[in-house]
Each structure stands twice: as C-alpha cells, then as structure tokens.
Design a protein around this ligand. Sequence first.
Ligand SMILES: C[S@@+](CC[C@H](N)C(=O)[O-])C[C@H]1O[C@@H](n2cnc3c(N)ncnc32)[C@H](O)[C@@H]1O
Length: 306
Amino acid sequence: MSASTATIHYICTVRSSRAKAVELARAEIAALLRDCDVALPAGGPLSEHRGVCWVDLVEVHARTIEERATRLGYTERIDELIATGPPRKNRPDGPLRWKGSWYERLTVWESDPEEVRLNSPDMRDFALRGEDGRVRPARGYRGDGSSLGPKALPVPDCRLLVNLVFAPEIRSLLDPFAGAGGIVHEASRNGYSVTSMDIEPNVAPGLEGFGAAHQVGDAGAMPFDSASFDAVATELPYAEEQPGTLRRWTNEMLRVLRPGARCAVMCSLAQRDSIAAAASRGGAVVELCEELDRRGTAVAVLVLRR
Ligand SMILES: C[S@@+](CC[C@H](N)C(=O)[O-])C[C@H]1O[C@@H](n2cnc3c(N)ncnc32)[C@H](O)[C@@H]1O
C-alpha cells in the first residue's frame, strides 16, 4: 500500500457541553471533510465513553483535517490512533484496546478555550442603532430579551451551522435571521462573502461591522434574486409557530440558493416538521434532521439541499 492511500484512523472528542450531540458532531465533521472521501465508522476505541466518534481518512487528506479542524464547533479534540503493542503495565493513560489491537493517541488538534471565549458574544464588539438613529457601541450584545428578537447563539452552534453547509466551492453565505450576528461572524472569519438580513433595524450597524452586506427586511419576502447564494445558515426566531409563515421562510431560503446548495437551520422542535414538510414539498432533500437539547430548550437542526 502506498503512503498516500493508507487509511488514518482518528478518534474525536465532542465538546463536553455538547457531549450528547454526537450525531451532530459527526455530521459536522462529515460535512467539513465532504471532499476528502471521509468515513465515519460506527465504533472504535473508547466506545464505552459518551461523547466520542471516529473518523477514517486516506493519508493524503491528513493535512486537510488538521487545517479545517480549527473551524469545528462541536468537536474539541482530534487524536490520531497509531497501532502499537500491548502495554507493559496497566497505566490509565496507556494505549487503548479495540478489537484485539492496541493504539496510542497522538493529538493532532485541540480547541483553544481562550480563542472560543474571545469570539463569544460576550466579548465581541457590536453596534446598535438607537431610536434616535444614532449608532452606539454595544460590546457583548446578546439580544433584546424578546421572544422574536435577537438572542445570541453560542460559538459552537454558530460554527456547527456554518460547517454543515461547507463545500470547497462556497463563496457566498446568507443568514436571513442574523440577530446578534454569531453566524455572520463565523462565516466572515472563514472568508465567505456574507449577506445578512434582520427585520429589526437596530442590529444593522453591528452586522455591517462583522463584514456583512446587510439588508433590513422580512425574510418571508427577500429582496434577492433566485439562485444567488452558495449557502444559507441561520437560526430562526423560535417563538414563530404559524405553519404559513414557516413555509414562506423555508421557500424563500431555498429560492435564493443555487441548485444543489445547502441550507442549515436551527429551529425549535415545534417548527421542525413544518420546515421539513415545506422543504420536501418544494423539491428539496432533507439531508439531516437532528434534535438537540440546548439547556432545556428543545431545538432541531436541519440541513436542506436544494
Ligand atoms: C434567534 S435570533 C437569531 C440570533 C442569531 N443567530 C445570533 O447568533 O445572534 C432570530 C432573529 O430573527 C429576526 N427576525 C424575526 N422575524 C424576522 C423576519 N420575518 N425576517 C427577518 N428577521 C426576522 C429577529 O429580529 C432575531 O434577530
């Protein structure tokens, strides 16, 4: 076997705050490596622990996983599994056993908690337009506390949504419910050309400050041409439960996507079925539909492909 076609096995540790969301962590890794012939085996060493998953990658893509890992939201560490012999003594940090073989772990990437903290809503510079029309700094803006208004999404969730729509050819990304801008901030950091929308005029200066071309308006009637974006990633206002409104939002998000492109949506569990049904009726494929418990709030994450 030549070096470039040998398979490397990795074990990934899911962020402790998302340890129950292993399926989403797997989906995020699979999406971020979709051009790398990645496989995600159902089992591997430490299967008895919660919050781990496994990745198999041909050696030629080893650099890609190390480079792109810095974008990951739900995974906090990736170790390469290196075949070794049995341990001389039973040490807790010794090699791992899996199906009769032994493996050492070599950490290839680990999330930096300080980097995540510095990019969190609490630490970000933002700007708000007041009712008098004047723009004021609002560092650490997390939302207005209303049920339909902005509510800043944590960094791991923003990264997850941006990564779920990853494809190497993506240049433009739209967040039509941008709020305090977590998704916009992450997508801009990835070098995408980001467009944002929000019905609240006050968040416009903050979103422009994150590099977005921003539109104040209703995501149910977007001012964009059909097929004009490579990706959509967004978090809906959870309080909206009218099926007609959810259908209009879904149809609009799919209309502005170019054919074959993806839309990742975080929504409340109550919104999930209306969105999935509208997407299917509109000819889109529901590629992912996972539930998630966000500190007592039942939400769903969907990936729709136009
Ligand atoms: C859950 S928040 C998004 C929070 C965002 N993900 C963040 O990290 O800050 C939903 C946003 O949708 C906006 N919104 C509500 N109805 C809208 C509509 N019809 N069109 C566009 N934006 C809308 C709200 O003002 C709010 O900012």
